[in-house]
Design a protein around this ligand. Structure first.
Ligand SMILES: [Zn+2]
Ligand SMILES: [Zn+2]
Length: 138
């Protein structure tokens, strides 16, 4: 996210946001980061209440909805300044569903949970960090 922010913030002559993003995309592709860490698939699997995320390096993570929700880092769930956890994980039910999700720019995804919470942004690096697979968890 910070890389994209820096590039966008750079003064340039392209004018519109759209064209600026095009430049950013090319720039990032050339460097091989962080565009290369954008998931290729994000798939909801309501029957198991899990989210399958596949990365360009063929890495695949299967996230439980409830675990993702408990790791929400929005201002309601984590104190903005102290980093203190404000969300009590035990208040999040295992029955949580994910009725909706949407992309935010090209750097993050936003989930709308069945408990109505939709404040959290999960950037690609954060999502990757949360990967619960054996390789990442060890
Ligand atoms: Zn939150
Ligand atoms: Zn993993």
């Amino acid at each position: 996210m910070s890389v994209v922010g820096q590039v966008v913030a750079k003064p340039n002559s392209t004018g519109t946001v759209e064209r600026t993003q095009g430049v950013v995309q090319k720039e990032l592709d050339r460097k091989g980061e962080p565009m290369s860490s954008t998931p290729t698939h994000i798939l909801r699997r309501p029957e198991t209440r899990t989210l399958l995320v596949r990365w360009p390096d063929d890495h695949e993570g299967i996230y439980r909805y409830v675990d993702l929700r408990r790791r929400c880092c929005c201002a309601h769930c984590v104190h903005e300044i102290t980093g203190e956890k404000l969300l009590d994980p035990t208040t999040i039910s295992e029955d949580l569903d994910l009725p909706q999700m949407s992309l935010v720019g090209n750097y993050a995804i936003k989930f709308r949970w069945s408990d109505g919470h939709d404040q959290g942004l999960y950037t690609w690096p954060y999502l990757r960090e949360l990967c619960p697979c054996d390789a990442c968890a060890s």
